[in-house]
Design a protein around this ligand. Sequence first.
Ligand code: FE2
Ligand code: FE2
Length: 208
Amino acid sequence: VAVAQVPQEIAKFLKVATPTEWLDCAVSRLDELLHDHANCELKAASTAMAIIYRYPARTQLVDRMSRLAREELRHFEQVRKILADDAVPFTQMTASRYAGKLHRQVRSNEPDRLLDTLLIGAIIEARSCERFALLVPRLPKPIASFYAGLLASEARHFQHYLELAESESGLSSEKVQMRLNDLLDIDAALVTSTDSQFRFHSGVPAAA
Ligand SMILES: [Fe+2]
Ligand SMILES: [Fe+2]
């Protein structure tokens, strides 16, 4: 059995752990999990590219996001390969409640818009990292080892988004922390409440 642990900084960052009900469901719906996971990697790449388009003059941000987009696309290719090896056809899945609800929190004025975008990036990376770690001991070996490998990169992405939120927004760390606290409450509510859909970032599965 492959072993992985939720990195300490991520366990401390998130307000709640993923409920066991979600983990049980994920193990029994592995094809859907992988499918939505592939979509999440693609979405992560396109979010990073959207940031480049929106803030082309911010060199450090653009460099980081460009590298991030490439890495997420690489993850996308890897998940697709696993699906293809199992002869699972790849289809587009409807967006999850989780990312939609978080992205709707982005305010329209700057620098709040940039701050919110980067903080939400940090939260999604942290939640993904936590779920990979919790899934590793429960999944079949090839997928478990793949997920154990993804852990480290998502933990690094989390750190990058968090650092950029402070350095690029130019806001005080108190202001950043206050906003982060509100957004983390939303993540916690989404993860612990009943969700009619099953997705990589869904809440407690509704009784079948
Ligand atoms: Fe990724
Ligand atoms: Fe990532």
